[in-house]
Design a protein around this ligand. Structure first.
Ligand SMILES: Cc1cc2nc3c(=O)[nH]c(=O)nc-3n(C[C@H](O)[C@H](O)[C@H](O)COP(=O)(O)OP(=O)(O)OC[C@H]3O[C@@H](n4cnc5c(N)ncnc54)[C@H](O)[C@@H]3O)c2cc1C
Length: 454
C-alpha cells in the first residue's frame, strides 16, 4: 500500500485527487517566471478535522505540503514542489457567522474575498481589504500573504482586519488564536504571526474578520500629468495637505495605453502619470475636489472630481483593469516593491531606466498612497531563455532600487519563491535566523511549503 493509499483510507471519497489533468491545473500560481514541480496529488478537504488528518499523515510520511487558495499569488508561494501534496482549501467556503452588532464575520479559508463583502453589504458593513484579485482570490490566500489593495491607504492591509484564526499545525494539532474582541493582549500575538506566513507555518482553516460601517458616500478625482516630475509634486502636495483619501492610485503612460488597448476607457494616452483617487464619508465631494485642485496647482493638464456613481466606477474600473490587460497580452511578472511614498517618483524614473537597459517592457501601476507599485514585466515567450534572464535581471534591479530608496522588496504579494534571493539583503541575517527558529519550532520536519516566504 502506498502512502497515498493510506491517506485515502482515512478520508471520504473524492478528497484525494490524482487524475493527471486535474492535478495539472493546480501546479502554478500567477507567477509566470517560476517552474513548478510535479505534485503527488491534490487534496480538497472540506473541514478542519480533515486538514488535521492530512497534516498528521504528512508528518508521519514526511510529505511536503503546499497550501493553496485560488492560485492567484504573484510570488510562487502556491506553485507545486516535486513530490508534494497540494492542499486546496477551495471547498471550505462557509460564511459561518455574520455578527452585525460586533461588526465581525467568521469565514472558512476558501471564501472568495468579494463574497465576504456581498454577504455583509445588506447590513451596511464592508470588509476593507480589496486586492485587485478580490473577485477570485480567497480569504485564506489573502491572510497568508497579508494582501493589500486600493482601500489600504485608509483602512489598512489584511492584518488590520483580522481578530482571530483557526490554524492546523504541521503535526495536525488545531490552534485557535485571538478571538472576537477588538482588544486582546493575552500572550504573544500568534494571530499576526500566521498572517503573512505564506503557508509555511500551518494551514488557516477559519478566520474571524473585522468589518467597518459602509461610508455614507464616495467621490472620485482624476488628474493627468504631462511628466513624472509634476505628478510627483501633485502626490507629495496631497500627502502634505493632511488629506485622507480612501483610494490613491497611479498609472504610468505604458499602463494607460495598455488599458486603452485592452478596453477603450477614454484615458489620456499622452499623460505620463494618471492619478485616480477617492474620498469617502459625508464630506467626500469637497475632499475629492480639494485633491483635484492640489493636482491642478502642481501642474496637472486635467484634474476633475465627481460624485456621480457611474463616472466614479468607470475611473476605478480603468485602474482595476490594469492587471487583466497585462495578463491578456502574454506572460507577466507583477512586481510589488514599496518605498516611502515621497520617493515614489524617483522609483518610477529608475524603473523606466531598468526597462530600457534590460529591454523588458514594463508597465507600472500601483497604490500611490502607500508608496507601493506594481511594475508589471510584459514578456513575450516563456521558452525564451534570454528574455527570462533579462526579466530576472529587471526584477533584481527593481528590488535593489526599492531597497536603496529605503523601501521593501514586497509590499503585498509576499516573498514566495520569487523574492527569496533578496530577502536577506532587506531584513539581515539575525532576522532570518529568528524566522528560521520559529519555523523549526512549529515545523521541525520542514514539510510546510519549504523554501517559501522566509
Ligand atoms: C489580477 C491580479 C491582481 C492582484 N492584485 C493584488 C493586490 O492588489 N494586492 C495583493 O496583495 N495581491 C494582489 N494579487 C496577488 C494575489 O491575488 C494575492 O496574493 C492573494 O492574496 C492570493 O490569494 P489566493 O487565494 O489566490 O492564494 P494562493 O495564490 O493560492 O496562495 C498564496 C499563498 O498563500 C498560501 N495559502 C493559501 N491559502 C492558505 C491557507 N488557507 N492557509 C495557509 N496558507 C495558505 C499559499 O501556500 C501561498 O503561499 C493580484 C493577483 C492578480 C492575478
Amino acid at each position: 500500500m502506498t502512502d497515498l493509499d493510506s491517506l485515502r483510507r482515512q478520508l471520504p471519497v473524492g478528497i484525494v485527487v490524482t487524475d493527471p489533468d486535474t492535478v495539472e491545473g493546480y501546479r502554478r500560481d500567477s507567477s509566470d517566471l517560476l517552474h513548478p514541480g510535479s505534485p503527488l496529488a491534490v487534496l480538497r478537504p472540506t473541514s478542519a478535522l480533515q486538514v488535521s488528518t492530512i497534516m498528521k499523515w504528512a508528518t508521519a510520511t514526511s510529505t511536503v505540503v503546499v497550501p493553496r487558495g485560488a492560485g492567484t499569488g504573484a510570488s510562487g508561494g502556491a506553485t507545486a514542489l516535486d513530490g508534494c501534496v497540494i492542499v486546496s482549501l477551495e471547498k471550505m467556503t462557509a460564511i459561518r457567522d455574520v455578527d452585525i452588532a460586533n461588526q465581525i464575520v467568521v469565514v472558512e479559508p476558501g471564501v472568495v474575498n468579494a463574497d465576504v463583502g456581498r454577504a455583509v453589504a445588506e447590513h451596511g458593513l464592508f470588509y476593507p481589504p480589496d486586492p485587485g484579485s478580490f473577485e477570485i482570490s480567497t480569504i485564506g490566500g489573502n491572510l497568508a500573504t497579508n494582501a493589500g489593495g486600493m482601500r489600504c491607504v485608509k483602512y489598512g492591509v489584511t492584518r488590520n482586519s483580522v481578530l482571530g484564526l483557526e490554524v492546523v499545525l504541521p503535526d495536525g494539532r488545531i490552534l485557535c488564536t485571538g478571538g472576537r474582541t477588538v482588544k486582546n493582549v493575552a500572550g504573544l500575538d500568534l494571530t499576526h504571526l500566521f498572517v503573512g506566513s505564506e503557508g509555511a507555518l500551518g494551514i488557516i482553516t477559519s478566520a474571524t474578520l473585522r468589518l467597518r460601517p459602509r461610508p455614507s458616500g464616495t467621490a472620485t478625482f482624476v488628474a493627468s500629468f504631462p511628466d513624472l516630475e509634476s505628478g510627483g509634486r501633485g502626490l507629495n502636495a496631497i500627502f502634505a495637505s493632511g488629506a485622507t483619501p480612501s483610494i490613491l492610485e497611479l498609472m504610468d503612460c505604458a499602463t494607460i495605453n495598455m488599458v486603452e488597448d485592452y478596453r477603450r476607457m477614454d484615458l489620456d494616452r499622452d499623460a505620463d502619470l494618471l492619478i485616480i483617487g477617492q474620498a469617502d464619508g459625508d464630506a467626500a465631494l469637497p475632499e475629492a475636489e480639494a485633491m483635484a485642485a492640489i493636482c491642478e496647482a502642481m501642474g496637472a493638464d486635467l484634474a476633475m472630481a465627481t460624485d456621480d456613481i457611474a463616472e466614479s466606477e468607470m475611473f476605478i474600473q480603468a485602474r482595476r483593469l490594469a492587471g487583466w490587460a497585462a495578463m491578456a497580452q502574454g506572460p507577466t511578472v507583477s512586481e510589488d516593491v514599496c518605498v516611502p511614498r515621497t520617493r515614489l517618483v524617483e522609483l518610477l524614473e529608475q524603473i523606466h531606466d531598468i526597462s530600457t537597459e534590460t529591454r523588458i517592457r514594463i508597465a507600472t501601476v500601483g497604490h500611490a498612497g502607500d508608496g507601493n507599485v506594481h511594475p508589471i514585466l510584459l514578456l513575450t515567450d516563456l521558452d525564451d531563455e534570454d528574455e527570462q534572464a533579462r526579466a530576472m535581471d529587471a526584477v533584481a534591479r527593481i528590488c535593489a532600487a526599492a531597497l536603496a530608496l529605503g523601501g521593501t522588496i514586497t509590499g503585498e504579494h509576499g516573498v514566495g519563491e520569487l523574492k527569496l534571493p533578496w530577502l536577506e539583503q532587506q531584513v539581515g541575517r539575525t532576522s532570518l535566523d529568528v524566522q528560521a527558529s520559529i519555523k523549526r519550532a512549529l515545523d521541525p520536519l520542514s514539510i510546510m511549503n519549504p523554501g517559501r516566504g522566509f
